[in-house]
Design a protein around this ligand. Structure first.
Ligand SMILES: [Zn+2]
Length: 181
């Protein structure tokens, strides 16, 4: 569970069966996190956060809370944009080139633009909304081609090239961007 807090940004809430009391700590990325007993509701977690605000401010400095909030906000905007475009763009190319995938997932991993799993789920990074359309389309075509080739073999690249003549340029240009926020 993640709580969006106006002061601390996103607060990670970890449910733990062995945990008897609510505990606050700072995650490795510098975010505030709470460990709570397994059946704690969001309402209760928020209330606990509110009553401990003063103590958290003093004892647990959240790393760059303004930066965290800015990134959380950017993520929200990108997610909104991505929802309106990526699943439809994927569907469009799949129909156009005769691919069948099972599901489209939107991700916000820091390291990859997209992935295709063996159960034919295609994941697309919401960070794609920050790159030019041609590169976005290239990533979609790349992941669709993985439905037929789960590797980066010659046959895979040949198939990518059928649907995106400029794939080599696009692959190179994509390296100028980072999928993370
Ligand atoms: Zn690939």
């Amino acid at each position: 569970m993640v709580i969006s807090d106006s002061e601390f940004g996103e607060v990670l809430v970890r449910k733990n069966a062995l945990c008897r009391n609510i505990k606050f700590s700072i995650s490795t990325s510098g975010r505030l996190q709470m460990s709570v007993p397994k059946y704690t509701s969001e309402f209760l977690a928020k209330r606990f956060l509110n009553t401990n605000r003063e103590m958290i401010r003093e004892k647990l400095p959240v790393k760059d809370p303004e930066g965290q909030r800015a990134r959380d906000y950017q993520k929200k905007i990108l997610m909104k944009k991505a929802r309106l475009e990526l699943p439809y763009r994927l569907e469009y190319f799949a129909k156009l080139y005769g691919y069948e995938y099972s599901k489209c997932r939107l991700s916000h991993a820091n390291t990859r633009w997209g992935s295709c799993s063996s159960n034919r789920t295609i994941s697309l990074n919401i960070g794609l909304m920050k790159v030019p359309q041609a590169l976005r389309d290239y990533v979609i075509i790349h992941e669709l081609a993985h439905l037929n080739h789960m590797d980066h073999s010659k046959a895979f690249w040949y198939e990518v090239g059928l649907h995106d003549k400029n794939y080599k340029i696009h692959e190179k240009k994509l390296k100028q961007f980072s999928p993370g926020l």
